[in-house]
Design a binder for this molecule. Structure first.
Ligand SMILES: N[C@@H](CCC(=O)N[C@@H](CS)C(=O)NCC(=O)O)C(=O)O
Length: 211
């Protein structure tokens, strides 16, 4: 069967496997779940993913995978997006866990209440300030790392970049500024120049899911 990617528009986590499929020129079926309308908790979707979140990947064998970075690992197997050596694969995992612990938990909610649901921005202002503050450590660490190499791994562009790019490239939508992070800004441009790149705004807007 064709892999099925359940995703919502605008989400950095959903963007990651979607971008990887495009960059590898692999066919997949995109199934849009409207999270703002609560579709992720509908009985029909809970049958697909009992955790009731997106993204969710049903592979060509019908195997279900949650967690965007786990999906990247599965999609990239045996491709140029997977680091080749054991050390580099471990380093990729290190950065992918870093993304989920030091960046995504702060940039994602700050962005959600700043840009996706701006009507709640004022009400959540103090939470947003805390999330923005908590993101700084991770961003400074990433800035230092990227000031010494073109991509996250010295060996070149990989799923570690895609994982980190998901939310870092939209940090200004979380009320943060790239002016503080020149190496990250340069890296964002370099990722956007990689083969078969598609922007986040195109997720769910293509005429054909695999196009
Ligand atoms: N760590 C997970 C995060 C999954 C997640 O929180 N997804 C959000 C959208 S980005 C969601 O489905 N939220 C709706 C909900 O929790 O009900 C991943 O990387 O896939």
């Amino acid at each position: 069967m064709t892999p099925e990617l359940y995703a919502c528009q605008g989400s950095g986590n959903c963007f990651k496997p979607w971008l990887a499929f495009h960059q590898l020129d692999r066919a997949f079926e995109l199934k849009i779940i409207d999270v703002l309308a609560g579709e992720q908790k509908s009985p029909s979707y809970l049958k697909v993913n009992p955790l009731g979140v997106v993204p969710y990947l049903v592979t060509e064998t019908g195997f279900g995978i949650g967690e965007s970075n786990a999906m990247l690992w599965h999609i990239a197997e045996d491709t140029h997006l997977m680091p080749q050596s054991r050390d580099e694969r471990a380093e990729a995992l290190q950065w992918m866990f870093f993304e989920q612990s030091k960046l995504e938990p702060f940039i994602s909610p700050a962005r959600f209440f700043t840009t996706i649901l701006p009507q709640q921005r004022e009400e959540r202002a103090s939470d947003i300030a805390v999330w923005q503050d908590n993101a700084l450590n991770g961003l400074m660490r990433l800035e230092a790392h990227l000031s010494e190499r073109k991509f996250v791994l010295s060996s070149g562009y990989s799923i570690a970049d895609i994982a980190i790019y998901g939310y870092t490239h939209v940090l200004e939508e979380a009320g943060l500024t790239l002016e503080d992070y020149p190496a990250i800004a340069r890296w964002i441009d370099d990722v956007a120049a990689t083969d078969n790149y598609r922007p986040l705004v195109a997720l769910g807007h293509s005429a054909s899911a695999a196009a």
